[in-house]
Design a protein around this ligand. Structure first.
Ligand SMILES: Nc1nc2c(ncn2[C@@H]2O[C@H](COP(=O)(O)OP(=O)(O)OP(=O)(O)O)[C@@H](O)[C@H]2O)c(=O)[nH]1
Ligand SMILES: [Mg+2]
Length: 420
């Protein structure tokens, strides 16, 4: 019989550090969120320090006096390290480590760490490792200290419990190799997508802040069996399921990775193809945790992230979720949404209304047509004027070239019927 040894890393105790650059910003809320991130990553927060400063210190993040205060607090609380709430520059990282002689991490490292633990598909793992390596490539000097001193722990774990490469030259090779693999995966995905286009089932993408209830909604609507969990970034890999609406209309519903404030830009780059699922959608369902005191701020961050991904001009249905936990009388509003609805994905309340709205939006949905009509078909152009939005009209030798947005059923009547 073999003996089983459990090798357990000692749980890390960290102090959170933030800089508040003006009086009424959201530093405290951001720190609350960082605490949840730390918890999800498996460490424990033992203290918090905020410094009010006009600007983040370019060399050491916080000012000199504050560093001393942090150093004493580390001793007092027996902390293993600190986590700063903004991404640190290589110089800030190195200087803080030198001054504190403790492990120094930042918000980005913690988010990357969680992504590494939660990635399950090959693509997800490659994307996380790429983001981690790119982040590390410029910070090796500072991190090597903390790596040798503390032998890993949170912020240093790659996907699949693998230790991340720390040799600069090897990192470059590895990044190139991962990029090649990702290109292959992307090509396959594009083929799948173009097949989908030939058979135009509308695509509905579920987006929203992390922990808003996106996966719960997908499961509620399609019995998809995606992990729902009260933790940040439970879902990283997009899951798509078929949904039949009452009218018989089929749609494809996709659950996506959640957004968060200060989402590391390396992650956005690496996860672009995953995040961009929303770009190819016909409709966006924006799930909001209406019970969260930060709900408006979170909505704002979701829209900003969509903008960064160039997902604009889509029909948006905003779903105010977790109504079972909402006490306020004042209903929430979203002026950016085309439609809104209150639901509780967990209890199944409001789901029928949501399905009705999806049907309604699909009926109203307009498609872009570019077509040359013969002069005998000028009547069709009248129809487009009446029901659609004429963008271009050009009289050519062979007929009239028209570019326009037209409701789907009208488009079917006038264009596609003739082509078949
Ligand atoms: N009370 C209540 N809890 C809900 C509701 N919808 C979701 N939740 C809970 O909220 C937590 C997060 O739900 P998920 O569906 O995993 O959230 P998500 O948006 O997919 O989160 P990530 O994948 O981590 O970005 C889980 O604990 C759910 O059970 C709801 O309507 N009411
Ligand atoms: Mg999820």
């Amino acid at each position: 019989m073999s003996e089983l040894y459990e090798i357990k890393e000692e749980q890390e105790k960290v102090i959170l550090v933030a800089v508040s650059e003006n009086d009424n910003d959201d530093t405290e809320e951001s720190l609350d969120e960082l605490m949840e991130l730390v918890d999800t990553a498996g460490a424990v927060t033992v203290g918090r320090i905020t410094q009010n400063r006009e600007k983040i210190h370019p060399g050491t993040y916080v000012g000199k006096g504050k560093i001393e205060e942090i150093r004493l607090l580390i001793e007092q609380l027996g902390a293993t390290g600190i986590i700063c709430d903004d991404e640190l520059s290589p110089a800030q990282l190195r200087n803080l480590e030198d001054a504190l002689q403790a492990k120094v991490m930042d918000r980005t490292m913690i988010i990357l760490d969680i992504f590494a633990q939660h990635a399950s598909t090959r693509e997800g793992k490659i994307q996380v490792e790429l983001a981690q390596l790119k982040y590390r490539a410029t910070r090796l000097i500072g991190m090597r200290n903390s790596l040798s001193r503390l032998g890993g722990g949170i912020g240093t774990r790659g996907p699949g419990e693998k230790k991340l490469e720390i040799d600069r030259r090897l990192i470059k090779d590895r990044i190139a190799q991962l990029n090649r693999e990702l290109d292959d995966i992307k090509r396959n995905r594009e083929v799948a997508r173009s097949l989908r286009m030939k058979n135009p089932i509308p695509v509905v993408a579920i987006v929203g802040y992390t922990n808003a209830g996106k996966s719960t909604l997908l499961n509620r609507l399609t019995e998809a069996d995606v992990l729902e969990a009260n933790m940040l970034f439970a879902t990283l890999d997009p899951t798509t399921r078929n949904l039949s609406l009452e009218s018989g209309q089929q749609v494809l519903l996709t659950d996506t990775v959640g957004f968060i404030r200060k989402l590391p830009h390396h992650l956005i780059d690496a996860f672009r193809s995953t995040l961009e699922e929303a770009k190819y959608a016909d409709i966006i369902i924006h799930v909001v945790d209406a019970s969260n005191p930060q709900a408006y701020k979170q909505m704002h961050i979701v829209y900003e992230t969509l903008k960064k991904l160039q997902v604009t001009d889509k029909t948006v249905i905003t779903v105010f979720n977790k109504q079972d936990l909402v006490q306020e009388e004042e209903p929430m509003k979203d002026l950016k949404a085309d439609k809104t609805v209150k639901i509780s994905a967990k209890q199944g309340v409001g789901v029928v209304e949501l399905l009705d709205i999806i049907e309604e939006v699909l009926r109203e949905a307009k498609v872009l047509i570019e077509h040359i009509f013969s002069y005998q078909e000028a009547g069709s152009i009248q129809l487009i004027r009446k029901y659609g939005q004429l963008l271009e009209e050009e009289y050519q030798e062979g007929g009239i070239f028209v570019k326009a947005y037209v409701p789907k059923d009208i488009a079917n009547q006038i264009v596609w019927s003739k082509q078949s």
